[in-house]
Design a protein around this ligand. Structure first.
Ligand SMILES: Cc1ncc(COP(=O)(O)O)c(C=O)c1O
Length: 373
């Protein structure tokens, strides 16, 4: 299998740890180990006694139990833990797809959702999010029109990276009914769940359909990317067994300290999610004021939920050149839409970090210096 470069990671490789003002990150504000441990009396002492041997391949049973508690219809043995979400995407696409299969992928989207399928020799059709004066929208009639006799998988990401588009419960059910009618699998990348105004109560895709799998992770809404703990949930035991065997060739099992800390995180999940929601809400207010000042330059595509949005800027230069000049001259990092192979002057902004206000001020000064505002 020959994979194309992961454009986002290549770009981040250049700037994520050198640019001082990160205004595009998709993970919410993280914390030190000590802060996480402080949520649970006695946890620090227990961490000191963690055993640094191999762990169970499917994941720590207590952790799987806590993860299954997030779902309505998923049991602990229907959860398979992974090292981050990325490993799980790679494993799923490998065990499900074969050369010649047809895959429909929401677009724009996180590259691995279609790139792995493409590298396996599948035909991939984009299901396009449309940009309008009101923001982003998607058309289910278009999805139905894309279905072919050999369509094996529909891959969606909700809340979506990069647009923040989020399916309503009705849309999720509609999606599942279309897939069920044609016997198609659904890959539901739901790594940004937990930040919705209506909370985590909405069903996950795996709750709704037997041939669906839901992807979750602690990296984004919980702000714990460094734990590298993700999971899949599905009632499809055959897929889960195949993924377990595939994991034998990847990470084999998760790190014990990470699993331990993930248990603490999920036991106090509501508080961690609220911490992220509060940061995002504060930052959205600052952004609304910023965009209201400069309506002639931007279209503010406020995210429906999640920590990122894909805004439009009206400039006479390519979005790559704009973002490159911005980071070189001011140190502010934004992601150009071209990273998503998406045409047009769009950039991704991230709302989950405490430094958002400071980064936005520096961005504003850059625009003033360039006489764009
Ligand atoms: C939609 C989506 N899925 C999966 C991932 C991978 O998550 P992780 O870094 O935890 O492996 C990301 C990371 O940005 C993402 O945005």
């Amino acid at each position: 299998m020959k994979l194309d470069d992961f454009k986002l990671e290549v770009y981040f490789g250049k700037y994520e740890f050198t640019a001082p003002y990160l205004l595009t990150q998709s993970d919410c504000e993280s914390m030190r180990v000590g802060e996480l441990l402080s949520y649970e009396p006695g946890a620090e002492e227990r961490l000191m006694h963690s055993w640094l041997g191999y762990t169970e391949v499917p994941g720590n049973p207590e952790l799987r139990g806590l993860v299954s508690g997030l779902y309505k219809n998923i049991k602990a043995d229907e959860i398979l833990m992974h090292t981050g979400a990325q490993e799980a995407i790679f494993a799923y696409m490998n065990v499900l797809l074969e050369k010649g299969d047809h895959v429909i992928s929401m677009f724009p989207v996180y590259q691995s959702l279609y790139e792995v399928a493409h590298a396996e020799g599948c035909q991939v059709s984009p299901w396009n999010l449309k940009h309008t004066e009101q923001g982003w929208s998607i058309d289910f009639n278009e999805l139905e029109a894309l279905i072919r006799p050999n369509t094996k998988l529909i891959a969606v990401n909700t809340p979506n990276n990069p647009t923040g588009y989020t399916f309503s419960e009705e849309e999720l059910k509609h999606l599942c009914s279309i897939a069920e009618k044609h016997g198609i699998y659904i890959f539901g990348d739901e790594v940004y769940r937990g930040l919705e105004p209506d909370g985590i109560k909405k069903p996950w895709i795996a709750d709704l359909y037997d041939k669906a799998i839901s992807l979750g992770v602690l990296s984004k809404a919980y702000g714990l990317a460094g734990l590298r703990i993700g999971w899949v949930a599905t009632r499809d035991k055959e897929i889960l067994n195949k993924m377990t065997k595939f994991k034998h060739y990847l990470s084999i099992c998760n790190s014990e300290p990470s699993e331990f800390l993930s248990i603490i995180a999920l036991k106090h999940g509501d508080k961690l999610l609220q911490r992220s929601i509060d940061i995002i809400q504060g930052n959205l207010k600052l952004a609304d004021q910023f965009f209201a000042r400069y309506e002639h330059l931007f279209q503010n595509n406020r995210p429906m939920s999640g920590p990122i949005a894909f805004h439009k800027i009206k400039i006479d230069q390519s979005i790559e050149d704009f973002c490159e000049d911005l980071v070189q001259k001011s140190g502010v990092l934004l992601l150009p839409g071209s990273i998503y192979s998406f045409k047009g002057p769009f950039f991704r902004m991230g709302y989950g970090r405490k430094s958002f206000g400071q980064c936005l001020n520096i961005f504003e000064q850059y625009l003033i210096d360039r006489k764009l505002v």
